[in-house]
Design a protein around this ligand. Sequence first.
Ligand code: 5GP
Length: 191
Amino acid sequence: MIKSSKIIIVSGTSGSGKTTLVNSLIQHDELNLVFSVSACSRARRPLEKNGSQYIFLSLKEFKNKIKMGEFLEWEEVYPNHFYGTLKSSCDKLLIKGHNILFDVDIKGALSIKNYFKNQARSIFVQPSDIEIAKERLINRNTESAENLTHRIKKMKQEVILGKQLDYQLINDDLDCAKSSIYNYVKSFLLL
Ligand code: 5GP
């Protein structure tokens, strides 16, 4: 593990706006943050490109990589939808001396924090009311009815586990949340 790099882990409920916040952090060159592209076994959405948002694998390919011990962490986030951080992707970023930004589910966030310990800070994003997250998720219109049900069911558990992360961020107002996350991350990275 390269000690000079620092790790930022962002997690949150579905529909919390965490991906928008992650994208806003990447825009700040002075933070030297590079996004860790995970592997996943879910289908690619129309605007997604292989290797940009995710490395898209078949279920068989994903399970094979689990067997080969290629993941730093992985989770079956939704039934048959596996997501994981490849050790090789992470090592490439560390060798280049970048700070790494992870967007992972709550269990993945706890595993990555446990792996990097004080080298990492973990952030949990949620709206003040879970009903807002449900509404955002429905309006996003990216999920089948079945996936939507799974995601909504998971929210309560995510909120409970989210309390274990280092920083709880309420995202009711996007501009306000962007500035809070930036200030928190900057103070850790530029320490
Ligand atoms: P989505 O399908 O909406 O892109 O992502 C579903 C969930 O999987 C999100 O909560 C996202 O943060 C999480 N996720 C993405 N990559 C990883 C990963 O490498 N590991 C884990 N544990 N979760 C991930």
